[in-house]
Design a binder for this molecule. Structure first.
Ligand SMILES: NC(=O)c1ccc[n+]([C@@H]2O[C@H](COP(=O)([O-])OP(=O)(O)OC[C@H]3O[C@@H](n4cnc5c(N)ncnc54)[C@H](OP(=O)(O)O)[C@@H]3O)[C@@H](O)[C@H]2O)c1
Length: 222
C-alpha cells in the first residue's frame, strides 16, 4: 500500500486551534489539489479525533473526476477509513453517509453495542489490536480488500503513530501564512513524540510550490 499524508498547518505547525476547532488554513487552489489527490486514491483515512472534532464527510463531488474513475473501472468515490479503537464514531457522522464504503478500524476494546449501532451495508468493521488499533494489521486488512493508494488527512495523534510505524511513504504539507499558537493546539505529529535522530522519520524534500498565500512542501518519507 502506498500511503500519502496530506495536511495543512500554520507556520507554527498547528493543525487547528487549542479548542480543536476546524479552520481554513488553505484556499480554493489548494482545495482543488486535495480533490485531485482524493480522486487518485482508493481511500482517505482520518483518526476518530478528527471525526469527533470536525465531522468531515471526505467526499468527492466534482462530476469530472468521478467520471474518470468510473472510466478506469474504479468505484466512483474513494472509500473512507477511520482509526477508532472503541467505535466512538457517532452513528450519524457524515463519514458514514453511505456515499462510499467506510472501513472502521476498531480494537478488541470496542463495545459490542456500539458496533451494533454502526452496523450497516456500507460500513466495514475491521478488528485489529487489543486496546488501540494495530494500524499495521488494520491497514493490511484494508489492503487485502483492494485499497492500494491511501491518503491520510490527520489528525496529529494518528499521524504520529503512522510515522512511528514507518507506514508513511509521502508527505504533502500545505503551510498557510498564519500563526495559531497554543501549546495544546494539535500539531502535524502529536503522540509521544520522537526523542532522537535515530527515531525521526527520514524526510526527503522533493518539491516546493507556492499556492495562494501559502506553500506546498512535498516530501518522500523513508
Ligand atoms: N489542518 C488539517 O489538515 C487537519 C486535518 C485533520 C484534522 N485536523 C485537526 O486535528 C484535530 C484532531 O486531531 P487529533 O490528533 O485529536 O485526532 P486524530 O489523530 O484524528 O485521532 C486520534 C484518535 O485516533 C484513535 N486511534 C486509534 N488507533 C490509533 C493509533 N494506533 N494511533 C493513534 N491514534 C489512534 C485514538 O482514539 P481511540 O483510542 O479512541 O481509538 C486517537 O485518540 C482536530 O482539531 C482537527 O480539526 C486538522
Amino acid at each position: 500500500m502506498h500511503v500519502v499524508v496530506n495536511a495543512a498547518t500554520s507556520v507554527d505547525g498547528k493543525l487547528s486551534t487549542r479548542e480543536r476547532r476546524q479552520l481554513r488554513i488553505s484556499g480554493p487552489e489548494d482545495f482543488a489539489r486535495v480533490d485531485r489527490l482524493r480522486a487518485e486514491s482508493d481511500a482517505v483515512m482520518v483518526g476518530v479525533g478528527t471525526v469527533l472534532a470536525d465531522d468531515p464527510r471526505i467526499g468527492l463531488d466534482d462530476p469530472e473526476p468521478i467520471a474518470e474513475r468510473e472510466a478506469r473501472g474504479e468505484p466512483p468515490k474513494p472509500a473512507r477509513v477511520v482509526a477508532d479503537s472503541r467505535a466512538r464514531t457517532p452513528p450519524e457522522a457524515r463519514i458514514l453517509d453511505g456515499s462510499a464504503p467506510t472501513y472502521l478500524l476498531v480494537s478488541d476494546a470496542a463495545p459490542d453495542d456500539r458496533l451494533a449501532q454502526l452496523d450497516r451495508e456500507t460500513v466495514r468493521i475491521v478488528r485489529a489490536g487489543g486496546e488501540r488499533v494495530d494500524l499495521r494489521a488494520g491497514l493490511a486488512a484494508v489492503e487485502a480488500d483492494g485499497i492500494d493508494r491511501l491518503i491520510v488527512e490527520g489528525g496529529g495523534e494518528l499521524l504520529f503513530s503512522l510515522f512511528s510505524l514507518g507506514l508513511v511513504d509521502e508527505l504533502s504539507l500545505y503551510v498557510g501564512s498564519l500563526v495559531i499558537g497554543g501549546r495544546d493546539a494539535p500539531t502535524l505529529a502529536d503522540g509521544e513524540g520522537f526523542l532522537s535522530d535515530s527515531e525521526f522519520p527520514d524526510l526527503e524534500l522533493r518539491e516546493v510550490e507556492r499556492i495562494g498565500d501559502g506553500v506546498l512542501l512535498r516530501y518522500g518519507v523513508e
